[in-house]
Design a protein around this ligand. Structure first.
Ligand SMILES: [Zn+2]
Length: 284
């Protein structure tokens, strides 16, 4: 199977990442947001790449043969866990890879089988500790670097948390209702006192039923929802239809499962600062 994957990958053009230089750790994360955190922890020591490209949906991702090769070649795989990467286990088994793997959400409380724990910066601090320890186990010589980098990132995440608390406090309590495209904001909303009134997509990647849409529109009308939050790869027709039917004046854009490409969204902390500013502007 691995040989077949290698052969396929060879035909597939520029796929595999450059190998890390000797003495350095080659880290493969599943998502771009995990890559953002892991890059900061591994700064000056580990080479970090993301399996999924910017903008890909982790819930519906289909790994390619070259992904198996990348997983096999990596010195460490970083996954979110909590059921996000259902495709990862079969993929790794098919490549019979021996690469160590760290589950970032292990030890955190998972609510409603929802995997989007990373959108709460306090959970991200737990991710950073998990990544730090896994990097040290895979590359003990880098321990001082990983510890120092992780401590610096932890302080920045703590500061991010304080900024979000302050920003959300400016939204009148009655306005703190969100209709989102998919249910990514559960942990963020629990942390900061917002309410997810509903999600357009009940199951990521599948069209919502007419009954679900009607329920959502009724709930939005009853709560006088001020904004609906879409995503860069959203279905514009669906979002605009809900906004029109429920008399919701604004459609705003949030980044949640992937970083973006602009300087404002291309790493974890910038992305959450930008998302928070978007939420405050839309609901204030
Ligand atoms: Zn998601």
């Amino acid at each position: 199977m691995l040989a077949a994957a290698l052969a396929l990958a060879g035909c597939g053009g520029p796929t595999a990442t450059a190998p890390a230089s000797p003495g350095h750790l080659d880290v493969l994360t599943t998502t771009t947001l995990l890559a953002s955190l892991a890059s900061d922890v591994g700064h000056n020591r580990a080479v970090v790449t993301s399996l999924m490209p910017v903008g890909a949906s982790p819930e519906t991702y289909e790994p390619s043969p070259s992904d198996i090769v990348r997983a096999h070649d990596a010195g460490l795989i970083v996954e979110n866990g909590a059921g996000l990467e259902a495709w990862l286990g079969p993929m790794l088994r098919s490549g019979a890879t021996k690469t160590p793997l760290v589950d970032c959400s292990a030890g955190l409380q998972i609510v409603d089988a929802n995997p989007h724990l990373w959108l709460d910066p306090q959970n991200a601090r737990h991710y950073v500790a998990q990544i730090r320890d896994a990097m040290i186990a895979a590359d003990p010589g880098g321990a001082p670097t990983y510890r120092a980098n992780a401590a610096a990132l932890d302080a920045r995440l703590d500061a991010l948390n304080a900024r979000i608390v302050k920003a959300i406090a400016t939204i009148p309590a009655a306005n703190r209702n969100m209709i989102v495209f998919h249910n990514a904001w559960l942990y963020y909303n629990r942390r900061y006192g917002l309410r997810t009134l509903g999600a357009i997509e009940e199951v990521p990647g599948s069209e919502p039923s007419a009954g679900h849409m009607a329920q959502l529109i009724d709930a939005a009308r009853a709560a006088h929802v001020r904004a609906i939050f879409a995503e860069p790869e959203y279905n514009a027709n669906l979002v605009n239809a809900v906004a029109r039917s429920a008399d919701i004046p604004r459609v705003a854009m949030l980044y949640d499962d992937s970083v973006g490409t602009s300087p404002q969204t291309r790493d974890y902390i910038s992305m959450l600062d930008t998302d928070t500013a978007t939420i405050v502007a839309a609901l204030k």
